[in-house]
Design a protein around this ligand. Structure first.
Ligand code: URA
Length: 434
């Protein structure tokens, strides 16, 4: 077989066999297929796409390229959750303690942020002392004793995807449904859960900018998972504006803690209740979504969810007092308030722009090796749909460098569209794919 012929076959619009996809992926991992041919292969998939069988095969080939996590030490159904990535997305920080306090074990491997999207592991590291790396024995012990552990990816999960993603990132081939769905699902399959709830983001801060393509992505991932014998549900959720009112690391942990205490923003709490209900149902903790939602709301009202957060922090070496005193998280002291330049409404927001501005302040990485500043970020006072008066604060930038502040202000300003047009308020959930 020759890489040239596989690329040509796809270029001419034909379906690839499992052997042909395997030849390209395994060959690339082994260094036998060079970068330039793999780049051409990815670009041809970008334009010609893959059908359901091809996606299934690509996912399986990438999933078995590395380790598989064995979660059999947990009894019952193992449920995982995955977000396709957004701005201000601190969902796992809220959702994990909520569902664990309802009796569903959470054994979660999360990622770091890259580009305009944040990552759970960076956020957790804003908690003084919190260890995002545990030994396998510690991880298991915590899940058994506390029903919760959230750690960074230590195992060598789907290394083929890692290598291919790095090439996609520099060849403008990230945002294609076959490639995204197989990339995400290869890691989820290797992570060992029986059931997966997907949070597929749509809007200006997401990979998928419109509901039709987000639904196609959700359908592709649900189909791949089901064909691999997993129970699957995907929610299509709003990312046309940041989630909640904070974007950064320490500042997002603070908002997550407030939400677990019942004082969080409605969009974040609603999203966590909706995703959590799907998780509790798939995990057979309860039979109906409505009873699951009641359980989750009760976990906040009763204080069980915040207690679980404290327990998780303590069990992973962090200072549990941050729950009672969020100033211990160390949000930067320097602030700059961006004021509205006219009366009207926030007609729309470029959520990706807010994420990029936060990254420019130092809260995110442009390149994998960049070091981030956990104390900086952006607190929004106004979001899409809100009315504003000239001179009112739109958002507050937390910063440690004047130069970085200057670069961030430029981007934030253009991310707010103020006009006399009042947009329709839209909910956080746009659809469900089962
Ligand atoms: N997240 C992933 O893991 N892979 C993609 O392709 C896109 C988002």
């Amino acid at each position: 077989m020759r890489a040239y012929d596989v690329i040509l076959k796809k270029r001419n619009g034909h379906e690839l066999s499992k052997e042909e996809i395997e030849f390209m992926v395994d060959g690339f991992v082994k260094g036998e297929v060079p970068d330039y041919q793999m780049a051409a292969f990815l670009m041809v998939i970008y334009f010609k796409h893959m059908n359901a069988d091809e996606r299934y095969n690509l996912t399986e080939i990438m999933a078995r390229s590395g380790d598989s996590i064995d979660l059999s030490f947990i009894s019952g159904i193992k449920v995982d959750k995955h977000s396709t990535g957004g701005v201000g997305d601190k969902t796992t920080l809220v959702l994990a303690p909520m569902v664990a306090s309802c009796g569903l074990p959470v054994a979660k491997m999360s990622g770091r942020g890259l580009g305009h999207t944040g990552g759970t592991i960076d956020k957790l590291e804003a908690i003084p002392g919190f260890k995002t790396t545990l030994t396998e024995a510690e991880f298991k012990k915590n899940v058994k004793a506390h029903l919760i552990a959230v750690v960074g990816q230590t195992a060598n999960l789907a290394p083929a995807d890692k290598k291919i993603y790095a090439l996609r990132d520099v060849t403008a081939t990230v945002d294609e449904i076959s490639l995204i769905s197989s990339s995400i699902m290869s890691k989820k399959l290797a992570a060992g859960a029986d059931a997966i709830v997907l949070d597929v983001k749509v809007g200006s801060g997401a990979f998928m900018k419109d509901i039709a393509s987000a639904t196609d992505l959700a359908r592709a991932m649900v189909d791949i998972g089901k064909k691999h014998g997993k129970a699957m549900v995907a929610l299509i959720t709003d990312m046309d504006k940041p989630l909640g009112y904070t974007v950064g690391n320490a500042i997002e942990v603070e908002e997550a803690i407030d939400t677990l205490k019942g004082n969080g923003p409605t969009d974040l709490e609603t999203l966590c209740v909706e995703l959590g209900a799907q998780m509790l149902k798939l995990g057979k903790i309860t039979e109906s979504l409505s009873s699951a939602k009641e359980m989750l709301k009760d976990s906040i009202k009763s204080g069980n969810a915040i207690k679980k957060m404290k327990e998780m922090i303590e069990s992973q070496g962090g200072n549990p007092s941050v729950v009672d005193d969020t100033s211990l998280l160390g949000v930067s002291k320097n602030t700059f308030e961006l004021k509205a330049w006219k009366d009207g409404y926030v007609t729309s927001m470029d959520a990706e722009g807010i994420g990029i501005a936060s990254m420019k302040l130092g809260a995110g990485r442009e390149k994998k090796e960049d070091k981030i500043d956990l104390s900086v970020g952006i607190r929004l006072s106004k979001k899409t749909g809100d009315s504003v008066k000239m001179g009112e604060t739109l958002c507050t930038l937390y910063y440690n460098s004047e130069e970085k502040l200057k670069a961030a202000i430029e981007v934030v300003k253009t991310s707010y569209n103020l006009s006399s047009v009042r947009p329709q308020k839209i909910g956080i959930i746009h659809g469900v794919v089962e």
